[in-house]
Design a protein around this ligand. Structure first.
Ligand code: GLU
Ligand code: ZN
Length: 319
């Protein structure tokens, strides 16, 4: 079975389909709320669908109970998603099928390099840090046995796209990334392939997410082209950073969102997104909040920066 039809079955002419795709590595914090809100408001203000996809494909990084807590938090914050949550852990067959497709067409190959070898080969060719030297390129996939990573072959060509907020973006995968991993040596699908397969299967028309993923987008566009699926539009929001300039995350001890008091965080996230919400909105109900936010959403008002400091106050008495 070949051709594009297999991948873009969910394509619906004219209907906006957006998504929020959290990884269950911990509770939602202010930074994740900004991404959820930006994607939600884009979808809702276009009368589109907003889907939730749980990216639980990396068990070593997951925290027990985090996925449920994320969904409960989204509910408490008044997010309403379309249909069932998609769990990536249940989509292994789809990722395998995409991998087989790439392998059959000679676009992917097994890589047996240790980390040490990768660094040595990189140094020998004076490549920038992290760029894979293509050492295993000659290997054929029929030699693929057991626990080996699989890489996709990239071309030394620029991939460019116009981000709706950040403007024109350009990356030369050959020079800046090298052949990248689509299946990991531990048998798990790599994020880049899973996200492309699922965005296509779910018919996502626009991806709205944090600018920390801006750098991954050319790889995803390349994979879309290799698999013959449509490329969605992209809008990368500024990432919330703390006063030291570090992205809010579990590692930087970003506090989890409060389940009992959603309004302070909702209001501050909307303010962070440049929408200048009236102060009264922080004192009404969650329903009123969303009504105002959806009616007044203007994506052009979001700052086109890749990061912005957030002084998120956990304490609602701060306003
Ligand atoms: N699961 C990714 C994360 O939590 C987001 C993936 C995406 O939006 O493409 O960082
Ligand atoms: Zn290798």
């Amino acid at each position: 079975m070949a051709g594009a039809g297999r991948w873009d079955g969910a394509k619906r002419e004219g209907l906006y389909v957006g998504r929020f795709a959290p990884s269950p590595t911990g509770p939602l914090h202010f930074g994740s709320l900004v991404a959820a809100m930006g994607s939600y408001l884009q979808a809702k203000s276009c009368h589109g669908r907003w889907l939730v996809r749980m990216e639980d494909i990396d068990p070593p990084r997951e925290v027990g109970g985090a996925a449920d807590l994320i969904l409960r938090t989204l509910e408490a914050y008044g997010f309403v998603w379309h249909g069932e949550v998609v769990w990536q852990s249940r989509r292994r067959e789809a990722y395998r099928a995409a991998l087989d497709d790439l392998c059959k067409r000679g676009l992917a190959y097994p890589c047996t390099c240790s980390r040490k070898r990768q660094v040595e080969c990189q140094a020998a060719l004076s490549l920038p840090t992290g760029v894979y030297a293509g050492t295993c390129r000659g290997k054929r996939i029929s030699e693929h046995q057991g626990r080996q990573a699989v890489r996709i072959m990239v071309a030394a060509e620029d991939i460019s796209f116009v981000d709706r907020l950040q403007g024109e973006q350009r990356q030369n995968l050959g020079n800046e990334v090298g052949d990248f991993v689509v299946f990991r040596a531990d048998g798990l699908v790599a994020y880049q392939l899973a996200v492309v397969v699922d965005d296509a299967a779910q018919g996502i028309t626009e991806v709205v997410r944090g600018s920390d993923l801006l750098d991954s987008t050319p790889r995803q566009i390349y994979l879309q082209q290799a698999l013959g699926v449509l490329t969605p539009r992209y809008l990368h929001l500024p990432v919330a950073v703390n006063e030291d300039g570090a992205k809010l995350s579990k590692q930087t001890h970003a506090p989890p969102l409060s389940l009992s008091k959603p309004l302070p965080a909702l209001w501050q996230a909307l303010d962070f997104l440049g929408q200048s919400p009236p102060l009264e909105l922080s004192k009404g109900s969650v329903e009123e909040f969303w009504q105002w936010a959806i009616c007044n959403w203007q994506a052009e008002k979001v700052s086109p920066r890749i990061s912005a400091t957030s002084v998120y106050q956990h304490d609602p008495s701060s306003f």
